[in-house]
Every structure is written in C-alpha cells, then in structure tokens.
Design a protein around this ligand. Structure first.
Ligand SMILES: [Zn+2]
Length: 450
C-alpha cells in the first residue's frame, strides 16, 4: 500500500480542477437539477411557487439563495398531510427505484429516500476517490465490520468490486460475541485495512482482551484504520485507538456521509478536513438563524445540495450539523472543499459568545498523555458563560504529575479557545453523567433549578 505519485488520483482531471472551473460545473448541474425537480416533483413545484421563483430565475450560483431551505421536518409535514412516503420529492416512477433508504430516525420519524442505479454509481464514485487517495489498490485486503445497518453498504460492495479489493465484510452490531468473531477473523485474514464504526472498534479491543489475544500482534500487518461512520474522529479517539492497536493517528482515517442526499466524504493522508466531491455536491455554510451564506472558514450549519440525484433530488438540505469549509488547495493536490465537522449546535457551550464544541476539546487536548474522551462540560448559565467548567476522568497510569496535567489542559484551552477554565478531575468515569454508553458531553445545569 504505497501511493505512486502518477496514480495518486482516481480521477485526476476532476480532483485537481481549479475551484473556478468546478464552480462552472456546479452551476450547470444545479440549473439542470432545479429544472428537473421543478417539472418532475410535487414538492419542489409547490415550494418554488410559494417562494415566487421559477427555475429560470437561477442564473448564477448567487441566485441559489432564492431557493428555499429543505429540512427533514418539511418532508415529514408533507408526508403527514398527503400520505406520500417521499414527501413529494420522488421524481421517477417506482420501477426505476433500485434502493430505498430510510434514515435511522435518531431525531424522529425516519425520512425515506430513493436511489436509481445511476444515483448509486455517483455514490460509488465518491467512495472510490476517497479510498484511492489513501492508497487502497486492487488486491488491498480490507476487513469491514458492522456496515449492513447503514445506507452506505449499497456503495461499499460495488465500490470495492470496482477497485478490486480483496475484502471480507462481517455483519452485526457491536455485541460482545460478534466482536469475538471479528477478532478471530482478523487474526487469520490479516487485513491491511481495518474498517468499522468507532464503537465497533472499541468492542473489538474489549473482545481481544476477553480472548487473551494480543491485538497489536494480530494487527501487525494492518496499516490503516478506516473509521468514523457518523462520529467525528477526534485526536482523543485516534490516541485511544493507537494505544490499543499500535496504529498511529496519521494512519487512522475518517469516513462518513449523510445518506439522505447520498453525500460521502473522507480525509486524505494530509488530514486537513474531510474532502467532498465539488463536481457532485454544492456545499454551503450558513448562519443557523438567518440562513445567510457565510464566507469561507466561518462556522455555521452545513447545507448540502446534491447535483446528480435522479430519484429524490435534494437542494439546500439543512444537515443541522455545525462546521466550516476550506477551499484552498489541499497538501494532497486536491482542489475540492474540505469540511471540518464540529457537532450539533445544541451541544455546544457558549463561552463569552463563542460556541465551544466537545469535539474541539477532544482535538485540542487529545494528545496530552492521560486525557480521555470521558469528560463533561457544565452549562451553568443560560447566557454566555465567562469560563469553561468541565469534569473529566483521566487515565492516571499515564499521568506523572496531576498538577502539571491540569495546567497543560488549562493552557491549551486558553491558547486555542481564548477562554479561562475550571477543570475538576473525578476519581472514576462512573462519576460522570452518562446516556446509554456515552458520557454526556454538555450537562445543562440551568434546567435543574426549576
Ligand atoms: Zn487532501
């Protein structure tokens, strides 16, 4: 698995095309999609009419601001009224549908989307560009865990076939007995890439201990961990995986997606944010309240517009995730947008008017020996807070001097977030608030006073 310079891009002309050229492609495809959706779907015809616009009004990328936002709740409301499971955005007859994807419904009733065969191919194109950028090549041995519950699986197989991977895919939720099966399979298959959600990887670590297998030893041929799948792969997570598997942070990659608009992303070996495919998607960062498009680098809601969907066209899809985008050329030579996810705005702490996300803390503090992802930020005021108050559980074995550890935590918070902090070290993880298997990263104390 070494990247040969001449072949380091799957699709060099597109992946290294200047942003100005990419924008021309984006405008052309956007105009086509808007016209297509307007004439073939009930929902867009109605929403455009309500906004007082027609497809002909979109002459520039700037005109795109006239198009209304689309949220899951809009489609749910339509479905409740009309009984149409697609909420009025299906643009093809049922016979053309190849896959139906219902979202996991973590935040309410699942939303339903459809993909045609051509849609699926465009999804696969995103997948193979990312995997190729990391050096996966025909014959690369990949062991994948727990994919079948996600819409992503529809891409993983054809994508892997297209690239000629030697792949074994296992199934299942991260239950202990299934994780033991993973450990045994890894031991004999000796994969070069171990892929799976963070939680599944953690459960494999535990299963190896139960089986008295040395995970570092059985992963000695493994060069890369491919993880994320919906969770932000922070430095704290990378350091924990490194300590258990021996694979260093620079070889731990983040892959993820939003299945509804069929958008996928992943980081290249430069790890400068996750790459999106700008010829297939138009991304905007918008102010969470006013929906004004924000300049490059500013933080706001990540808004996704699909530029190819045949079955269920999606524009201005509000992801409800906060992040920022960079569009200067990446160290890898790719010119496409790099996205930095921060998390849900509702879980950020307001320190002196600036939103501080738990993922930022994990990235800033993640490589201090002894720091773990088990911490809770306390929201002690409904208004902007003067200082960051947090409780954390630490790995005491890795800390020689607790005073120096706390001082370093406070120094980094001050340096990166420009905030003073009050850090309490708890005796054990059990002293922190939990929901399910995850620590509550932002605990709202202001509600308890009622
Ligand atoms: Zn890159």
């Amino acid at each position: 698995m070494e990247i040969i310079e001449e072949t380091k891009y799957w699709n060099k002309p597109l992946e290294t095309m200047p942003q100005k050229e990419l924008q021309k492609i984006q405008l052309k495809k956007l105009q086509y999609q808007i016209n297509y959706a307007y004439h073939n779907t009930r929902y867009y015809k109605k929403s455009f009419q309500e906004a007082g616009i027609t497809p002909e009004d979109i002459k520039t990328l700037d005109d795109f601001k006239k198009v209304p936002m689309l949220y899951k709740d809009d489609l749910r409301a339509d479905r409740a009224k009309t009984g149409d499971p697609f909420g009025g955005i299906l643009a093809v007859p049922y016979e053309k549908i190849r896959i139906i994807n219902a979202s996991t419904g973590t935040t309410g009733v699942p939303s339903v989307f459809a993909y045609t065969y051509d849609d699926q191919l465009q999804g696969v194109e995103q997948e193979v560009r990312i995997k190729w950028s990391r050096g996966y090549r025909p014959g690369t041995k990949i062991y994948s865990t727990g994919f079948r519950w996600h819409g992503y699986v529809q891409l993983a197989y054809p994508g892997g076939d297209l690239l000629g991977f030697h792949s074994i895919t296992e199934t299942g939720y991260p239950l202990p007995n299934l994780s033991q099966k993973h450990v045994i399979a890894i031991k004999y298959f000796k994969p070069e890439v171990l892929a799976g959600p963070i939680l599944t990887l953690y459960s494999i670590v535990e299963a190896a201990k139960t089986l008295k297998e040395d995970l570092k030893q059985i992963l000695k041929d493994t060069k890369v961990i491919d993880t994320g799948y919906g969770d932000i792969v922070t430095m704290a997570i990378k350091k924990r995986l490194e300590s258990e598997t021996g694979i260093p942070p620079e070889r731990i990659f983040d892959f993820g997606g939003v299945a509804d608009p069929l958008w996928y992303f992943g980081d290249c070996p430069s790890h400068m944010g996750v790459h999106s495919c700008d010829d297939l998607f138009l991304l905007d960062i918008m102010d969470e309240e006013t929906h004004e498009v924000l300049p490059e680098g500013e933080r706001g809601e990540i808004v996704i517009s699909n530029l190819f969907a045949e079955a269920t066209p999606i524009f201005k899809w509000g992801s409800e995730d906060t992040g920022y985008i960079e569009r200067d050329v990446c160290e890898c030579g790719r010119t496409h947008s790099r996205v930095h996810f921060l998390g849900r705005a509702a879980f950020a702490a307001n320190i002196k008017g600036r939103k501080v996300f738990p993922s930022e803390l994990e990235n800033i503090l993640g490589d201090i020996p002894g720091f773990t992802e088990y911490f809770t930020v306390l929201k002690y005021s409904k208004d902007a807070m003067d200082e960051l108050r947090m409780k954390m559980a630490v790995n005491r074995e890795k800390i020689k001097d607790m005073g120096a550890f706390v001082a370093e935590v406070k120094r980094r918070i001050k340096e990166h977030l420009k905030a003073d902090s009050d850090v309490t070290i708890v005796e054990s993880v059990s002293e922190l608030p939990f929901v399910g298997h995850k620590t509550i990263k932002l605990l709202d104390l202001t509600k308890e006073k009622k």
